[in-house]
Design a protein around this ligand. Structure first.
Ligand SMILES: [Zn+2]
Length: 277
């Protein structure tokens, strides 16, 4: 029996120069649906594009992953467990290509982008997508999808919804326009302000309780303010933070992440982060 591998199709003319990846998490069907719609759309592509479903066995099972979280399994291992092998294959398939990874969340319906400021090409690409917020996950995310090229992730909305599938397709089309694979302007909303955040750490859940999240993602929680309830106990912020990817049920052990806001423009964020351009 052949080993599980990413489901890859190639579109447009010439060698693939760009990739769009859905299904890194098998319980986020929106990215898979977006990839399927793009495959069927007859896009007027001006560059070669790879469209990828990253973890078909997890997608078939409707599970986030089967052995290990694929988005924590990079760089991968051809001789490792299922997701480690898939990570190695995905890296080989998309190596060096500007790549959009499509995700969905329990935390918010509004799309946002994730990219590392230490990889300016990815960061600038994220800032060209039709999103209001760009989050740098680097200090927290270990083993997430990277392929040596500029990788941008988008959280397209609420897991399992039609709205997230439509948003994932919209973001993918905007990404393809941003890398000149599709004609048109990726960001017709060019004047809209963007907020830039850096993740600083996870927000732990006390074990074995019922949880209620009081905070709203991307709305600042002040020091001393309760941000959640565990059982009957309010959880109070020791210092102010911006909640990102926080929900009651999205992760087993954590609510999500605390972030700081580093700027309200690309130039401002890069200056605050000490990046020379
Ligand atoms: Zn995901």
């Amino acid at each position: 029996m052949s080993d599980a591998e990413p489901d890859v199709t190639v579109h447009g003319s010439g060698e693939p120069e760009v990739a769009v990846v859905g299904g890194i998490h098998g319980d986020e069907p929106s990215g898979v649906r977006a990839v399927e719609r793009l495959r069927a759309a007859g896009l007027p592509l001006e560059r070669g594009v790879k469209l990828v479903v990253a973890n078909p066995p997890a997608v078939a099972a409707g599970e986030r992953y089967l052995e290990t979280d694929l988005n924590r399994s990079f760089p991968g291992d051809p001789d490792g467990g299922l997701e480690e092998r898939l990570a190695a294959r995905l890296r080989a398939e998309t190596g060096g290509l500007p790549t959009l990874a499509l995700h969905a969340t329990h935390s918010t319906t509004e799309p946002f982008a994730l990219a590392e400021h230490t990889r300016p090409a990815a960061y600038e690409l994220a800032a060209r997508l039709p999103v209001r917020r760009v989050v740098d996950p680097h200090p927290v995310a270990d083993g997430d999808f990277r392929n040596g090229g500029p990788v941008v992730a988008v959280e397209a909305g609420c897991q399992g919804t039609d709205a997230a599938a439509a948003e994932a397709e919209r973001q993918a089309r905007a990404f393809l326009a941003a890398v000149d694979a599709l004609p048109g302007d990726p960001r017709p909303d060019a004047d809209r302000t963007r907020d830039y955040y850096v993740l600083e750490g996870a927000v732990e859940k006390p074990p074995g309780a019922d949880y209620e999240l009081l905070a709203t993602n991307f709305e600042r929680v002040d020091a001393g303010e309760p941000f959640a309830v565990a059982g009957d106990d309010p959880l109070v912020a020791p210092r102010s933070f911006y909640p990102v990817l926080m929900s009651e049920c999205g992760y087993a052990d954590i609510f999500g992440y605390r972030a700081s806001r580093v700027g309200r423009s690309l130039d401002g964020a890069l200056a605050a982060l000490g990046v020379d351009r």
